[in-house]
Design a protein around this ligand. Structure first.
Ligand code: NAD
Ligand code: IPM
Ligand code: MN
Length: 356
């Protein structure tokens, strides 16, 4: 048997609800294989902070590093909760994980499944991946405020872009583009205003492009990219962009391709120095938490990405097929979170039994 060590961080809000279903589906797809999952559960997030004052201790981080992969639900309390005013769970936990584990390729696919309703009247064949830089940009925490709270306050939040950081994520995106049928890469930035970072990104894309002659390359300013994501999303194949633009574009990408409840992601450390982390794109959704209203499909599809990463493409495909079949049968009807997980797990069990 192959033993896989999995760190599970359900987190806050709908996080535990969708992770329960993701684990259910993971168990179903591994029945009859020689893969055994050894889970370690980490209770981290707003609830833990309120109890202990900790967000992510060095001990937690060390223990998480002992695993092969990480599955995370979502973290963060309700925006504006006064008890969390000084917590910053997002930076102290989620971003700390991404930065400490060098998750420089934040990979966020968007596929409009057959039978899925889109808010776009004529979406076309939507199948693209945003490769969002994960360890730099305005997310690094290089900021501060002076004269805070006065009319003379000066606040800054510096975007860091290093040649090393840009080059490695650009190379990752080109490799991905080359492996896909359309072989197209779009750099999204704002080079007309953010001239220094923009020039660095553009230069690295141009340089790496020379090594991938079969990949078609183009460029869009981020504002124009939001237009085309709505009017012609089928034009995109691989988008490479910085941390903040990638965050914004991928919520939009989720919304146009079946909804945020279907958007999966992987925080990848391609060099294999640290465990990669898989999580839905969405957050803890305090507005629907605890009501079994969340769609667990994004978390379940994140498990499929995790299995691909672990070199188990057959099991990953079984999950994707089961989700696609379930989506095709939903007809826009809402179901309880656990019912969706049950249906997808049962579908996998049935197809595996049939094949055996
Ligand atoms: P959100 O993604 O949690 O919610 C936005 C909207 O989408 C809400 O109306 C919510 O109900 C809906 N939604 C989200 N996931 C859904 C699902 N699976 N099924 C159905 N509907 C779903 O974004 P937000 O409200 O801006 O953030 C809430 C909290 O989550 C904040 O604390 C934020 O910082 C945090 N957050 C965490 C992550 C993460 O852990 N990766 C990501 C984004 C936001
Ligand atoms: C995401 C989230 C995070 C981000 C927040 C919660 C720090 O929005 O994963 O998209 O901005 O990366
Ligand atoms: Mn986001």
């Amino acid at each position: 048997t192959r033993q896989i060590k999995l760190a599970v961080i359900p987190g806050d809000g709908i996080g535990p609800e969708v992770i329960t279903e993701a684990n259910k589906v993971l168990d179903a797809v591994l029945v009859g294989t020689d893969v055994a999952i050894e889970r370690t559960h980490f209770s981290l997030g707003a609830a833990r902070y309120l109890e202990t004052g900790d967000t992510l201790t060095d001990e937690d981080l060390d223990a998480i590093k002992q695993n092969d992969v990480i599955l995370l639900g979502a973290v963060g309390g309700a925006p504006g909760d006064p008890r969390l005013a000084n917590a910053n769970i997002e930076r102290g936990l989620l971003l700390k994980l991404r930065f400490s584990l060098d998750h420089y390729a934040n990979v966020r696919p968007s596929i409009l499944l057959p039978g899925e309703s889109s808010p776009l009247s004529n979406p076309g064949d939507v199948d693209f991946v945003v490769v969002r830089e994960g360890t730099e940009g305005p997310y690094v925490g290089n900021g501060g405020a002076i004269r805070a709270g006065t009319p003379h306050e000066i606040a800054n939040e510096v975007s860091i872009n290093t040649a090393h950081g840009v080059d490695r994520v650009v190379r990752y995106a080109f490799e991905l583009a080359q492996s896909r049928p359309a072989k197209k890469l779009t750099l999204v930035h704002k080079t007309n205003v953010l001239v220094f970072a923009g020039a660095l990104w553009k230069r690295h894309v141009d340089a790496v492009a020379a090594q991938y002659p079969d990949v078609t390359v183009d460029y869009l300013h981020v504002d124009a990219a939001t237009i085309f994501l709505v009017t012609d999303p089928a034009r995109f194949d691989v988008i490479v962009t910085d941390n903040l633009f990638g965050d914004i574009l991928t919520d939009l990408a989720g919304a146009i391709s079946g909804g945020i409840g279907l958007a999966a992601s992987g925080n990848i450390n391609p060099d294999g120095d640290f465990p990669s982390m898989f999580e839905p794109v969405h957050g803890s959704a305090p507005d629907i938490a605890g009501q079994q209203k969340a769609d667990p499909s994004a978390a379940i599809l994140s498990v499929a990405m995790m299995l691909d990463h672990l070199g188990l493409p057959e099991q990953a495909a079984q999950i994707r097929d089961a989700v696609a079949a379930d989506v095709a049968e939903r007809n826009g009807q809402a179901s309880r979170t656990s019912e969706i997980g049950d249906r997808i797990a049962q579908r996998i069990t049935a197809s595996v039994t049939q094949r055996a």
